[in-house]
Design a protein around this ligand. Structure first.
Ligand SMILES: Cc1ncc(COP(=O)(O)O)c(C=O)c1O
Length: 391
């Protein structure tokens, strides 16, 4: 029989996060700090709305781009948070999570050999989605000494005459880094001068802990709305991962092409999820704030505990991840994470699951209760005591 498989697909590595997650699920008594998913249930009023939607028999397809009412609420929300206007009829598309929007944008804009710059360590989808779209991914390795932010110099060095797209993903998974207004200001004129399209994945925008500044989106800078596809969703801020609901906003001519692909491959996001999302946007502000406060407490707890254990870690100001530097233990991230799960039953993700510049780090998710975090820290403390004795 011939090999039916597509070489491009075969060449893609499976996600390193899932591997550790599966390992953890097969063991007993594991404390998993591995998964990037809120531990909160979706707020009740949002669940109620979906139940009501089913009871009312609203089980039809919506418009391909999503319920107009939901797109209007999305546009209002972006206006409220970032002061930027989008036309709900032409410039907003409701997708199956932020994930689908990431895939769609690359498929809609990439021509063979177009280069797409993205920063590493990074969320695992950009690289394979660019490859599947036939583009050339170009990684910028972000540095711990810059608090894992992208600098103008790093961007300038990576741009060639083939660069078409820059992916920005802040607040960042896995590092928890944010780009402040000043950080963005430093790169905006370069992006415009080099005529790049920005794909800005802002799925963690509501989970930031910087007392001095709320999250600022690159779309709020003059000249950037026209050249940015803004991606967001409900999974993280509203604890709605399983509902598979996200969205993007951008210039009409790009959103139109993305909608075409979405129309033929997905049709429309699930109707019940869309009504639930509408309820989340209308009445979920209090929930977002309560969850954010809770993540912040856990973040502070972990930071102080890691400091006590002598494990260096820059202060993450967004998302729900912390990215400690474990290089002092003389092991690769993979070895460290493997020994930690095998010997102490604590699952974290090796930094290298997010690109080679994650070497020397592990990602700890704090979307877990304080009690779980406390228990995990006790085990990590024993682990590093034992490592010190081995030396
Ligand atoms: C940075 C980032 N973008 C996008 C996603 C996808 O989220 P969803 O498809 O659930 O909206 C994730 C999920 O972990 C993420 O961390």
């Amino acid at each position: 029989m011939r090999n039916f498989l597509n070489k491009k697909v075969q060449a893609i590595e499976p996600s390193g996060i899932r591997r550790f997650f599966s390992m953890a699920s097969e063991m007993k008594d594991v404390i998993s700090l591995g998964v990037g998913e809120p531990d909160f249930d979706t707020p009740w009023h949002v669940r109620d709305e979906a139940i009501y939607t089913i009871q009312k028999g609203r089980t039809f397809y919506t418009a391909n781009a999503g319920l107009l009412e939901l797109r209007q609420a999305i546009a209002e929300n972006i206006m409220r948070l970032q002061g930027v206007a989008y036309d709900p009829a032409k410039e907003v598309l409701v997708t199956i999570g932020g994930s689908e929007a990431i895939d769609l944008v690359f498929r809609a804009v990439i021509e063979p050999e177009d280069e797409v710059i993205y920063t590493q360590p990074s969320y695992v989808s950009y690289l394979p989605c660019v490859q599947l779209a036939g583009g050339v991914p170009v990684a910028i390795d972000l540095k711990e000494e810059n608090n894992f932010r992208l600098t103008r110099e790093e961007l300038e060095a990576a741009i060639t005459d083939k660069t078409k797209v820059l992916v920005l993903s802040f607040p960042n998974n896995p590092t928890g880094a944010v780009m402040t207004k000043a950080d963005l200001e430093a790169i905006v004129d370069l992006i415009i001068e080099k005529d790049l399209l920005v794909v800005s994945d802002e799925i963690y925008d509501r989970l930031t802990y910087n007392d001095d500044e709320e999250h600022v989106s690159i779309i709020s800078f003059p000249g950037m709305r026209e050249r940015t596809i803004y991606i967001n969703g409900f999974s993280k801020a509203y604890a709605m991962t399983g509902w598979r609901l996200g969205y993007c906003a951008g210039p009409a001519q790009i959103i139109e092409q993305m909608t075409k692909i979405h129309q033929f491959t997905i049709m429309a996001a699930p109707t019940m999820s869309q009504y639930a999302g509408l309820e989340a946007l209308k009445s979920g502000e209090q929930d977002v704030e309560e969850m954010r406060e809770s993540y912040n407490q856990r973040r502070r707890f972990l930071l102080s505990e890691l400091e006590r254990l002598g494990i260096p870690c820059f202060e993450p100001l967004g998302a729900f991840y912390i990215f400690p530097n474990i290089s002092q233990f003389g092991m690769t991230s993979e070895e460290f994470a493997t020994r930690l799960i095998m010997e102490k039953r604590v699952a974290v993700v090796p930094g290298t699951a997010f690109g080679k510049s994650g070497e020397g780090f592990v990602r700890i998710s704090y979307a877990y209760s304080i009690n779980e975090l406390k228990a995990a820290i006790e085990r990590i403390e024993q682990f590093i005591e034992e490592l010190k004795q081995e030396k």
